[in-house]
Design a protein around this ligand. Structure first.
Ligand SMILES: [Zn+2]
Length: 389
């Protein structure tokens, strides 16, 4: 759609840039959108003329959510496993292999339909950028097609061939690491921006994780890491050492882990995924400890059929506030600008001139309502690249 669009009569505009407080809030504001970008931000009374107008009616407007961690390419669901867990069985991560079997058996069109359905679901809840991982194929062909399908929907695609060691390699994990670093990476890399490893007891140890991530870096992929979810371990410090964009989960951290994340030269974001703790009935990460140490924190959904089958960033914001003692402002920043940092993007997660015009009009006067009114559909309108959805 060409021409300019003015979103005006905004009661509370969150810019994550210039304005009041850490969210850069402006009152009685307007945003001019041209060619998919923010062209101007200022007082509604002084707004320039535009070809079209969207009256926010005094409601709050935010940057679209940036969900920097999601697993959307899969088949089947694991509702029965969830029910068993809620009846008292512990979460071990072993159920990933169930989804691997279903994913391998699915057609391309079935996988594509699931990705589109979940991406649409997230968009309606205000998510304008969504990272998508592979990791349920675990063969050369299935990882390559997972990423090819992911890339139809997002530029933020992540090769996660090192999700778990598949059953056929259970007694020879070194051989599987060789496959991941060799032919699987070669087939995946043309469709991927990032490489990720599930570095956890029962998945990949630190030596394997280091080797796989180094292979990815050597072909130009950025590094991200699943680390310290199920127990303490070396993943977080490995991520910082390798200059990972993000270490994700961060549920079990030592003082040395927090110090590494808070280091003056650290650019690694700690991405917290409270949907996983909610859905596995596990203790939440200590967000306050990270924030108080000065660590950059992002929030994401971890949308996947096993441990966190939600695509809702507002739900994660509410969990972060209620269960992890983040303030509503910290949680919203982490779900927008924090997610952008975790993807090393400066054109999203903010509403300042030249940023992408990805924004959300709430059915509420303030962003505070995201946590204050949990479970309520508060997203009235979404603009993606300046285009009303
Ligand atoms: Zn994950």
């Amino acid at each position: 759609m060409s021409g300019s669009l003015l979103v005006d009569n905004i009661g509370e505009l969150v810019t994550n840039g210039l304005g009041e407080g850490p969210l850069g809030i402006r009152r009685d504001a307007a945003v001019l959108v041209e060619d998919g970008r923010v062209a101007w931000v200022g007082a509604s009374a002084y707004a320039p003329a535009a070809d079209r107008r969207l009256d926010a009616g005094g409601a709050a407007v935010l940057p679209g959510f940036v969900d920097s961690h999601a697993h959307l390419v899969f088949a089947g669901d694991r509702a029965a496993e969830f029910a068993a867990r809620m009846a008292g069985e512990p979460y071990t991560g072993g159920g990933i292999r169930t989804t691997v079997g279903a994913t391998r058996a699915a057609t391309d069109d079935e996988l594509r339909a699931t990705v589109r359905r979940l991406r649409g679901e997230a968009l309606r809840q205000g998510t304008t950028t969504m990272e998508i991982k592979s990791g349920y194929g675990l063969t050369v062909a299935d990882e390559a097609r997972s990423l090819r399908i992911a890339a139809e929907t997002s530029t933020e695609t992540t090769f996660l061939g090192a999700h778990v060691v598949p059953a056929e390699y259970a007694d020879r994990p070194d051989d599987y690491v060789g496959l991941v670093c060799g032919p699987m990476l070669a087939a995946a890399a043309p469709h991927a921006k990032w490489i990720d490893v599930f570095c956890e007891r029962g998945a990949f140890d630190v030596d394997h994780a280091r080797a796989i991530l180094a292979c990815g870096q050597a072909v130009g992929l950025g590094v991200r890491l699943h680390a310290n979810q199920l127990g303490p371990g070396p993943g977080v410090q490995l991520g910082v050492e390798l200059g990972a964009a993000s270490v994700d989960h961060c549920t079990h951290l030592s003082d040395a882990d927090v110090d590494a994340l808070a280091g003056a030269h650290t650019t690694t974001v700690a991405t917290l995924l409270p949907g996983a703790e909610f859905s596995t009935r596990s203790p939440y990460p200590d967000a306050r400890r990270l924030l108080d140490a000065g660590v950059t924190v992002a929030l994401a959904t971890d949308c996947n059929p096993g441990s966190s089958y939600t695509s809702s960033m507002p739900f994660c914001v509410a969990l972060a506030v209620r269960e992890m003692r983040m303030t509503p402002a910290e949680a919203l920043w982490a779900a927008t600008a924090g997610g952008a940092r975790a993807l090393r993007r400066d054109d999203i997660g903010v509403l300042t001139p030249r940023a992408r015009a990805d924004l959300v009009v709430l059915d509420a006067p303030s962003y505070l309502h995201l946590a204050y009114r949990p479970g309520v559909p508060l997203i009235r309108k979404v603009l993606l690249n300046g285009v009303p959805q």
